[in-house]
Write a protein of this length. Structure first.
Length: 180
């Protein structure tokens, strides 16, 4: 079995504390990443080729607490695995909303088309009711816009983000101590 090539992301920090959200009271290995650090890592990862695994090198300006330095890889992986799980749940919610919206849209379309046909039969010679009939047809079809948008377009970026977080949740993390 051949090893999957790894691409490098390098993050430079003055101290290890900058990597994590200082307001998060969770234990070290469960802490959220600092928003700026997360954005940097994710933005770099998005630019790198798909199908390759990542390796994060954190270059520090000051020596870290050895216990915390040893737990950085686990903490970073945990964070991105949690993000991937959040994206999975969001994707499930989006599809559930899409199914519900599609059901409502189809019922609404059926009602609009039925009313349109009834009006067309009752008032067949009136141009006013012909306009109303056409308007009901259009409104009925427009009701399907949002569910179709969900199923055709909206889920792709969320799926891509989930896959990226899955890859980031597997990445190797190295802490590089200051030289000197």
């Amino acid at each position: 079995m051949t090893a999957v090539p790894r691409v490098h992301i390098e993050l430079r920090l003055r101290e290890l504390k900058q990597l994590f959200n200082s307001m998060d009271p969770s234990p070290f290995h469960e802490r959220d990443l600092d928003a700026a650090a997360e954005e940097f890592i994710v933005d770099w990862a998005r630019e790198l080729p798909a199908g390759q695994e990542f390796e994060l090198s954190i270059r520090l300006g000051t020596p870290p607490d050895p216990v915390q330095a040893a737990g950085v890889e686990e903490a970073v992986r945990n964070y991105f695995q949690q993000q991937a799980e959040r994206k999975r749940r969001a994707l499930r919610r989006m599809f559930r909303l899409g199914r519900y919206s599609l059901a409502v849209g189809i019922l609404f379309l059926a009602g609009c088309l039925t009313l349109s046909r009834v009006l067309g039969q009752v008032f067949e010679a009136s141009s006013l009711f012909a306009t109303l009939e056409l308007t009901l047809d259009i409104i009925g079809w427009v009701a399907l816009w949002r569910p179709l948008e969900i199923f055709l377009y909206d889920w792709w970026p969320l799926r891509a983000d989930r896959r990226l977080c899955d890859r980031l949740g597997r990445m190797r993390v190295r802490v590089l101590l200051p030289e000197g």
